[in-house]
Design a protein around this ligand. Structure first.
Ligand code: MRU
Length: 346
């Protein structure tokens, strides 16, 4: 099954509208980089790798729409566009990584022609997109050895094709094991407050015909206690140099529960999610989203007017609670610092 999360088409960025899923499968066309920023902010496109691809394509769109300028002015304007895109969301490392790649092309392409430079920028953005799918398939291949025939797997949020350019990270590993003929069953955390699990992961698994059961987040501990979960696998938004991992709020609680019940807890993420500039997870910026995500659902209020809300979108799982990190390079075990340094240097 091919889900087209994000594509560059006719000099525009076309995104599947993840806010409309699973009720409607429709696409939004962004003709300006500002529209791409709006789509990243309101979660039309979400998931760390997909945000990275959107950021790169947004930057390319910004460059394409600039008037004819002197070389210096063009590069200056391009950097301003990238800085603006960088403000869209703070946690996913992939957003900043993708913009760095785009800025490198702008800085290092030797040409006097603005047209040629724009062409190179579009090429780079499309390459980030196609590379992501290939990387996910690699990750799937490596990670699938961790999943056995008959496993019941728990996942949180959506780390599937929708969260990437295609195939997925954590869901990509499940997808790969399923393609190998392993019979798996997936428990899907609904993932409050935005319900990426219920709306998006269940939608993908249904399309893929992978057996699954939806649960609310607060049921996970009970299922582990009952011996109904063999393995947990989730994606990541940013991984520090020691392996501490930021992922969707609720991930940390799952890791603590997994430790209590002796259940392997796996992270699947591309190297572009790793931030070696941060020694630990303590300084990973955690996005706080608006109160309406908690007090309302689809416009219907569920809490009294004026109720105070705290809505962090991510949490940090300490490296010690993680059994392995799966990347496109293979499976890393503790101590993660050594393997992360090794993988990111190559
Ligand atoms: O707020 P979101 O939906 O962008 O959060 C997404 C997640 O937390 C995912 O688990 C993570 O980005 C990994 S996606 C391959």
């Amino acid at each position: 099954m091919t889900i087209k999360t994000i594509i560059w088409k006719n000099n525009a960025v076309v995104l599947i509208d993840q806010n409309a899923l699973p009720l409607a499968e429709k696409y939004i066309t962004c003709k300006s980089y500002k529209e791409v920023i709006a789509c990243i902010k309101d979660l039309t496109v979400r998931g760390a790798p997909a945000i990275g691809v959107a950021a790169a394509m947004g930057a390319a769109l910004g460059a394409l729409n600039l008037p004819s300028l002197s070389q210096d002015k063009f590069r200056q304007k391009f950097l301003t566009i990238c800085d603006e895109i960088a403000q869209a969301r703070p946690t996913a490392r992939n957003l900043f990584w993708a913009l760095e790649r785009m800025k490198k092309v702008s800085d290092e392409t030797k040409t006097n022609s603005q047209r040629h430079l724009v062409k190179e920028l579009i090429h780079e953005a499309r390459l980030i997109c196609s590379d992501d799918i290939a990387i996910n398939r690699q990750m799937g291949k490596h990670g699938s050895v961790l999943l056995a025939d008959g496993d019941n797997i728990l996942t949180h949020c959506n780390a599937g094709a929708l969260a990437t350019a295609g195939y997925g990270t954590a869901l990509g590993v499940i997808r790969a094991a399923h393609e190998q003929g392993k019979k798996l069953h997936v428990y899907v955390d609904e993932t409050r407050p935005v319900l990426q699990g219920a709306r998006l992961t269940a939608w993908e698994l249904k399309k893929e015909k992978i057996p699954h059961t939806l649960i609310t987040d607060n049921m996970a501990g009970f299922l582990m206690q009952q011996g109904r979960i063999d393995k947990i696998i989730v994606g990541a938004d940013r991984i520090a140099a020691n392996g501490d991992t930021a992922n969707k709020i609720g991930t940390y609680s799952l890791a603590v529960l997994a430790k209590e019940h002796g259940i392997p807890f796996y992270i699947a993420a591309p190297l572009s999610t790793i931030d070696v500039s941060l020694k630990t997870g303590a300084r990973i910026p955690i996005e706080e989203r608006n109160a309406g995500e908690v007090t309302n659902f689809k416009g219907v209020r569920s809490a009294p007017e004026g109720t105070k809300v705290y809505n962090p979108a991510f949490d940090i799982t300490p490296a010690r609670l993680i059994s392995a990190i799966i990347t496109e390079k293979g499976i890393s075990r503790k101590p993660f610092r050594a393997s992360i340094t090794h993988c990111t240097k190559e």
